[in-house]
Design a protein around this ligand. Structure first.
Ligand SMILES: CCCCC/C=C\C/C=C\C/C=C\C/C=C\CCCC(=O)SCCNC(=O)CCNC(=O)[C@H](O)C(C)(C)COP(=O)(O)OP(=O)(O)OC[C@H]1O[C@@H](n2cnc3c(N)ncnc32)[C@H](O)[C@@H]1OP(=O)(O)O
Length: 177
């Protein structure tokens, strides 16, 4: 399953799109998640809960934690060299996560069946071996670049197509044999 040209274990994966809410470095409202390749089709990431991410006083909003899990799971695409979007995502909230907490995220692909990619992720607190605070199971569906070109707002699509870095990132996925 792991693509032969996938980044080596320990390597940072980088953002798939600069304006992405989950991983984009140019997105001021984003989570700025940075994922690192693991062994096989797995990876790790860290996310620190900011005051802007609150639901209840001093606690992370569940939707924001789900976004962090979604982005971590989506980053597995880099290791498969497949473009895929979230079709289904189920989150278990096991412990409350206070503002200021660093969530240690871990994700792996569990199965691939045709265009369907099954994956799972956990978010631990207090360190990479700390207790699980959130976990998720996901189904991603493989799509072509056309999915974005056909459905994205034209101004952002045009800007992405005019950005050589973005075109390079999209092409890296299309050479998937
Ligand atoms: C130069 C321009 C550059 C532009 C591109 C830029 C960058 C590219 C690089 C990387 C970016 C890639 C992704 C982003 C990564 C991470 C971000 C986080 C992830 C997200 O945040 S991403 C946003 C949220 N996401 C959506 O916005 C999806 C909306 N949705 C749809 O667009 C369709 O819904 C779609 C495409 C999912 C499926 O549609 P479809 O018509 O292609 O496929 P179909 O329905 O035939 O399903 C095929 C098989 O999947 C099963 N299946 C489908 N959906 C299921 C479900 N929900 N539950 C259970 N099973 C399901 C069927 O049951 C069937 O199964 P079977 O084959 O066994 O019958």
């Amino acid at each position: 399953m792991r693509h032969p040209d996938a980044p080596a274990p320990g390597e940072l994966l980088g953002a798939h799109y600069g304006q992405c809410f989950g991983c984009g470095g140019d997105q001021p409202h984003g989570l700025h998640l940075e994922a690192r390749a693991g062994e096989g089709v797995s990876l790790t990431a860290e996310f620190t809960v900011q005051p802007a991410h609150q639901g209840a006083p001093g606690l992370a909003h569940g939707g924001v934690l789900t976004s962090a899990l979604d982005e971590t799971l989506g980053s597995l695409n880099w290791l498969l060299r497949t473009i895929a979007v979230t079709g289904r995502l189920e989150t278990d909230f096991v412990r409350p996560v206070p503002v200021g907490t660093t969530l240690h995220l871990e994700a792996e692909v569990t199965a691939v069946a045709g265009r369907k990619i099954y994956s799972t992720a956990t978010g631990r607190v207090g360190g990479p071996d700390g207790p699980v605070a959130v976990r998720a199971e996901a189904l991603f569906i493989e799509v072509k670049v056309d999915h974005f070109v056909d459905h994205g707002r034209p101004e952002e699509i045009q800007a992405a197509m005019n950005d050589p870095d973005q075109v390079r990132r999209a092409r890296a996925f299309e050479v998937n044999p």
